[in-house]
Design a protein around this ligand. Structure first.
Ligand code: NAP
Length: 427
């Protein structure tokens, strides 16, 4: 297993919210796999930079890419990159101690925040902004983030969807949590519960659907008594950002939103602007509109979809002939695009591995050297490879650092400090 960071586990470590520790259970499965004879971890190794795909193919009979969707979709509107406008990815990486985002700065002195998008990532961002320090301090949230959140002056969080409540992407369990926060009230305009006929048909056609359950939660939010909590989350629908505008200091001052109506039949409804505009003054905005995969040199890439082109998990050649490249496979978001929860990706991986097993006879063209056949991992220029035993050193140190604070772990946030630790312990 090759991983560009010294720590394994990808999104489970750096994406799953710190207050959702149960969702980190797949780590136990990884730990079981790591004990399998023949398993090797090569952490701190970037494929396409430290090791080429051609070298990997020469060293192994099969190569499976599970590299996810590392970058973000863009809104494509004026002002998108103003100071104060961030991607959800940056914020999630920052509070989850991802080394790439360690030094990002978010102005939490702002009182009003907008979040664009209504998927589970938007909900995660919203919940972390809305929670009190007491609700977060015993999670594995990065200490630097907890310290900043402790000083937060945020009062209003606007969670903005371009379509209606029946089309919101969040799952019900996650949505319901917005009503269970210690010092934050959800706010819904009752008018938003009046659905158009196509949306009503969507709810009728799929009894027990997530949308139907979400609507029940939303109704509960409308009717519950207002507690006067310090913070409020405004659930806002049928609004698309059309421009982010800066103030005199060139920082984000407001987002201009266009009111939408829904067009199209049930399950096909898209948001269409009505021309009517409203402005929301806010100094901080998060774009949470989905991810996109990135290319790796040596692997065909579908730039439009942001995925590796595949059939049944087999990566297809770049010439567009539809022929699979022998020995190259993909699973997860780099195969299907950035949708689905952890369980979805598990089933997806099984399907790819079944394809690989089906190809086993044709792939077995004689012995291959494995990692020993990777020239760039040997010699003075080679990266400091983090093996599983090294990771276990980092893991134990993180757990020890967290214990006095009542946290499951205090993650290291810099690659250099993790490498220093393994060097001092293992050499
Ligand atoms: P997502 O579920 O696809 O949600 C993206 C949101 O962005 C949708 O509301 C979408 O609206 C909106 N959007 C897209 N383009 C837009 C635009 N140009 N303008 C305005 N809004 C736009 O993506 P995600 O939240 O990044 O989550 C990715 C996957 O990870 C999902 O499957 C999610 O369930 C999963 N996840 C799960 C958990 C969990 O289980 N706790 C936590 C985090 C993430 P439309 O619907 O109109 O396209």
């Amino acid at each position: 297993m090759f991983e560009r960071l010294p720590a394994p586990f990808g999104l489970v470590r750096h994406g799953v919210a710190p207050d959702h520790q149960k969702l980190k259970e797949p780590i136990r499965i990884y730990e079981g796999i790591a004990r399998t004879p023949g398993f090797q971890l090569f952490g701190n190794v970037t494929i396409g930079r430290d090791v080429s795909v051609d070298d990997l193919r020469a060293a192994y009979h099969a190569v499976l890419f599970c590299c996810g969707a590392e970058t973000d979709r863009r809104l494509g509107i004026p002002g998108e990159d103003l100071a104060g406008s961030h991607t959800a990815t940056e914020f999630v990486g920052w509070y989850n101690a991802h080394p790439d985002y360690r030094d990002r700065v978010f102005d939490l002195s702002q009182e009003v925040v907008a979040i664009i998008g209504q998927g589970n990532v938007a909900i995660d961002v919203c919940r972390i902004l809305a929670k009190t320090v007491d609700e977060l301090k015993h999670t594995d949230i990065a200490q630097h983030a907890l310290d900043c959140l402790a000083e937060s002056r945020i009062r209003e969080i606007h969670l903005i969807g371009r379509r209606g409540p029946a089309q919101a992407k969040f799952t019900t369990k996650e949505f319901r949590e917005l009503g269970e926060l210690a010092d934050c009230d959800p706010v819904v305009d009752p008018a938003d519960l009046a659905l158009n006929p196509a949306s009503l048909a969507e709810l009728e056609e799929r009894a027990g659907s997530v949308a139907k359950k979400n609507l029940e939660v939303l109704k509960g939010f409308v009717t519950r008594p207002v507690r006067g909590a310090r913070r409020r989350v405004f659930l806002r629908f049928l609004l698309s950002p059309v421009e982010l505008q800066g103030g005199a200091d060139a920082r984000l001052a407001q987002v201009v939103l266009e009111r939408n109506r829904l067009e199209g039949g049930s399950f096909q409804q898209t948001a269409r602007g009505t021309g009517a505009r409203v402005a929301l003054q806010c100094g901080l905005l998060f774009r949470s509109i989905g991810y996109k995969g990135v290319t790796i040199p040596g692997v065909p890439f579908d730039a439009k979809q942001g995925v590796f082109p595949t059939r049944d998990g087999r990566i297809l050649d770049a010439a567009g002939t539809g022929a699979p490249i022998p020995g190259l496979y993909a699973s997860g978001w780099i195969k299907r695009g950035p949708t689905g929860i952890i369980g979805t990706n598990r089933a997806d991986s099984l399907a790819t591995v079944n394809s690989m097993l089906g190809d086993a006879d044709s792939l077995n063209t004689g012995p291959k050297p494995g990692a020993e056949g990777l020239p760039t991992l040997q010699g003075g220029q080679a990266p400091r490879v983090v093996h599983y035993a090294d990771w276990q050193v980092i893991d134990r140190a993180e757990v020890e650092r967290g214990a006095p604070k009542g946290k499951p772990r205090e993650k290291f946030t810099r690659v250099a400090e993790m490498l220093r630790l393994v060097d001092s312990t293992c050499s």
